[in-house]
Design a protein around this ligand. Structure first.
Ligand SMILES: Cc1ncc(C[n+]2csc(CCOP(=O)(O)OP(=O)(O)O)c2C)c(N)n1
Length: 559
């Protein structure tokens, strides 16, 4: 009797790709399916990966961006060819700009159609090239293992960023040769230590300096160096300034923590930074806060401490570069160096800033002042809760007034600075940390750029809260127009009824009509089971007043 044979059906490229993504530890793919990625979507059906269907590819890319920022693992977003891919662009560029690991996957016409004028065809490798670290078109089924592994490796290593994989529709459903499997991962979490000579030179620079100041940047927020940095600052008595993305790397309640730099106007923190004869830049990324704004004449000496060599420019020429594990570098310098002089000037400036902040804590005026709103928000959020800023005047206020106790608890798009990250960002943060309170503060402009993702949040049963600074205007641009020209144009608009908008999407809406209501409303919103919107009228006449106020502070305090 003839033996019964079971036919082995070969895996398709799409099926192997899903196995590769699983091997990378992918938990979620954010995106919108299209005709050209039907095979991949089908292959995801039985996967451990959860596909999160969004309402716009831009929302998907921002969610992947936020996932990358918060976990250090690449967030994955997916769109179809042509318009699906172009819609991904802003979020992908945002991740690349801010050093967040992200892998974007797009569908594509078949390789047999790429040479002709074809429906929805766009050369996506060319399009993604300037906004990614690596982009690859899959032209053979047996290349998928290597392409996926390298997409993740590039996205997650060195300065993290975005990568892109373009999977043509015909390749996706081709069989892969027998034996093809995801590539294995090497153990690569070994620490690389800085050269001891560089550590000694840096220690000597710090020892000799009259007024050394530490500047911590976004690389430090990725590096888990809070303990080493705190010890470094305390033992050497060094004032620490942070950029917006490094807020909380040293706790705001540490006496050596000296607030945030980065708003366009020179602030209290800039005064401290510019009083330095030596800046110790740790995990500093020039894209976030240009050295042009604090070392224009190249007067300040610089010690660069990072996992990567300095990205040198005219205003950022370093006396020493200490390249290696940052925590270890800081510990090594702390052991070799000693300083006994307290940073009295920095302490004095900080005291003035704190006094100014306190003045607004109980301000009862309405519409609410941004200072009072941020003071209330800080009270409503615990140390580990997450605030996500959108981009606009509200971001400037968050940057200057919202202090953090822990890194990565105030998330700000600051390298690429794209409006619209708030709502999708909050959704992703809540997905990752269901136990934490997640709040996004957004302008009324940025909110309506991605408000459709409230439906995604409702569908997923996520409670995050959206606090809208309502000024019926593109506030930051109005502020700049007023600064430059004393008047403003083309920045005003009307708003929808935000409560009705929330309710139309099965979410909950609130309107603030007196200052004392904000904290109780926040508490109520955090206790819901759905996304919530709080419409909070804001008094942005404070913007212009701040510019004037800081000019005066600068005249009095600059050394
Ligand atoms: C996608 C995008 N478009 C335009 C800009 C330029 N821009 C920066 S802030 C801003 C206005 C933001 O207005 P809104 O969201 O209402 O916040 P507000 O400034 O009023 O707090 C604009 C247009 C940008 N950064 N990103």
């Amino acid at each position: 009797m003839a033996e019964k044979t079971t036919e082995i059906v070969p895996m398709t490229t799409a099926e192997l790709m899903v196995k590769c993504l699983e091997a990378e530890g992918v938990e979620y793919i954010f995106g919108i399916p299209g005709e050209e990625n039907l095979a991949l979507i089908q292959a995801l059906k039985d996967s451990t990966i959860q596909f999160i269907t969004t309402r716009h590819e831009q929302g998907a890319a921002f969610m992947a961006d936020m996932y990358g920022r918060l976990t250090g693992k690449a967030g994955v977003c997916l769109g179809t060819l042509g318009p699906g891919a172009t819609n991904l662009v802003t979020g992908v560029a945002d991740a690349q700009g801010d050093g967040a690991p992200l892998v974007a996957i797009t569908g594509q016409v078949g390789t047999d159609k790429m040479h002709i004028t074809s429906h929805q065809f766009l050369d996506l490798s060319k399009m993604f090239e300037p906004i990614t670290k690596r982009t690859k078109l899959v032209v053979r089924p047996d290349a998928i293992g290597e392409i996926v592994r390298l997409a993740f490796k590039y996205a997650q290593s060195d300065r993290p960023g975005a990568t892109h994989i373009d999977l043509p529709v015909n390749i996706a459903s081709m069989p892969v040769p027998a034996g093809e499997a995801p590539l294995t991962h090497s153990v690569s979490k070994f620490k690389e230590y800085a050269n001891m000579q560089s550590v000694e030179l840096a220690s000597a620079e710090i020892y000799r300096a009259e007024n050394p100041v530490v500047l911590v940047g976004s690389g430090a927020a990725r590096g888990e160096i809070s303990e080493a940095l705190t010890h470094f600052a305390e033992s050497l008595k060094l004032p620490v300034i942070n950029t917006m993305m490094a807020n909380g790397v040293i706790s705001m309640d540490n006496p050596y923590s000296m607030m945030t730099v980065g708003i366009p106007q020179k602030d209290y923190a800039n005064i401290i930074l510019e009083s330095a004869d030596l800046v110790i830049a740790i995990g500093y990324d020039l894209v976030e806060f240009s050295p042009n704004s604090w070392n224009k004449d190249g007067r300040i000496r610089i010690v660069h401490i990072g996992t990567l060599p300095a990205h040198t420019n005219k205003c950022y020429q370093c006396a020493v570069e200490v390249v290696g594990d940052m925590g270890e570098s800081l510990n090594s310098i702390s052991r070799r160096c000693s300083r006994t002089k307290e940073p009295e000037f920095a302490f004095r400036i900080k005291k003035k800033f704190i006094a100014e902040k306190k003045m607004f804590e109980a301000d009862e005026s309405f519409p609410m002042k941004p200072q009072r709103i941020l003071s209330d928000v800080r009270k409503a959020l615990q140390a580990e809760d997450i605030l996500i800023s959108d981009v606009g005047a509200h971001k400037m206020w968050i940057g200057r007034l919202y202090g953090c106790y822990k890194p990565n608890t105030s998330i700000i798009s600051n390298g690429f600075a794209s409006m619209g990250i708030g709502v999708p960002g909050a959704l992703a943060a809540k997905l990752i940390y269901p136990e934490k309170r997640v709040l996004t503060i957004t302008g009324d402009g940025g909110f309506l750029m991605n408000s459709q993702e409230l439906e995604t949040g409702y569908r997923l049963g996520l409670n995050f809260v959206v606090l809208i600074f309502n000024d019926s205007s593109y506030g930051l641009i109005k502020w700049k127009q007023q600064d430059h020209y004393g008047e403003s144009h083309f920045v005003d608009f009307t708003n929808p009824d935000f409560i009705k908008l929330a309710e139309a999407m099965n979410c909950k809406g609130y309107r603030i009509d007196k200052a004392e209501d904000l904290i109780p409303v926040l508490e109520d919103a955090f206790s819901q089971k759905v996304p919530c919107i709080i419409d909070c009228p804001v008094d942005y006449s404070e913007n212009v007043k701040l510019t004037e106020h800081l000019k005066k502070v600068l005249e009095h305090e600059q050394r």
